[in-house]
Design a binder for this molecule. Sequence first.
Ligand SMILES: [Zn+2]
Ligand SMILES: [Zn+2]
Length: 124
Amino acid sequence: MSPTFRGGEILGIRIPTVFVENDATRCAGCGEPIVGTPFRVTLLDIVPGEAAPSWAIGAAINPGPHQFHAVAEHFRSWARRRDYLFCRLSDVREIMRPIAVPGERPRWGLCDGNHRDAHELVPA
Ligand SMILES: [Zn+2]
Ligand SMILES: [Zn+2]
């Protein structure tokens, strides 16, 4: 008997090699199942003391955690669909801070808050 079991039949019991992924975690970016550990991103609340602009109350952010493939582009495509901006000085990290961006069309920017310079928000 071969030492390597490759699926098929063993002692008359069928062993399927393909498992149905009923409860597979799906990537919020591309919608595909995530094999292994998903990359989780949580969006923080506005820091107390930092007044939320009035429009932000109607444009609440879903804090997550949102789950993605561990590829920054998948996070950014998710952010792009929601019309969020992304700080060029930021990396995609497990904790992201929303930044209220007022203007004619108020938007949210996302940043890891890991730099001292002013945010440089660009479309995600
Ligand atoms: Zn993905
Ligand atoms: Zn920033």
